[in-house]
Ligand binder design. Sequence first.
Ligand code: FES
Length: 185
Amino acid sequence: MTAPEDSRTAAPECRREAALKKKYARHWEDDFSVDWDVTEYVSRREFTRFLGLSSAGMALGTTMIAAAASLKNDEPEEAPRVRLGRVADFPLGASKAFEYPRKGLYALLVRHEDGTFSAYSQKCPHLGCAVYYEHEKNVLECPCHEGFFNVKTGDVISGPPQRGLSVVQLEVTTDEVWAVGGGGH
Ligand code: FES
């Protein structure tokens, strides 16, 4: 049978433990000391208010951008009139690429064997490659995945495209050819 622990032997243990705690507490304070008198203290309330104001500002900015974009989209975009050339400049079976409806977007004008004209956006509706006029087969062809389009209507004949080419409206006077609308991508 063991005797109960003597209070005289327990006391030094407690004292050592207390000393260690004190030592480590001070060590921590030395490493991460904060002088409250000189530190710019940000209270939780101030921080929350800052977050709230930032969020409100961002929400307001987003709303204004969305409103501006929707106003812009409501405005009907005016189709430009672009002179493509004189009728006599295009022999039967000829084709010509031109920028329409704006710079950097290309369209293709084709003069058919019967003397009429058609024009389409050159961008394939599948993955955006440029279509060209294949005179031998009298079709518009996309070389990327062998998409074929009717040269008179722009409709899909075969291949992966799910829809036809975007038609550019033309105005043909007695001696001039103009692009007057359509052709967007
Ligand atoms: S990009 Fe034209 S067929 Fe695929």
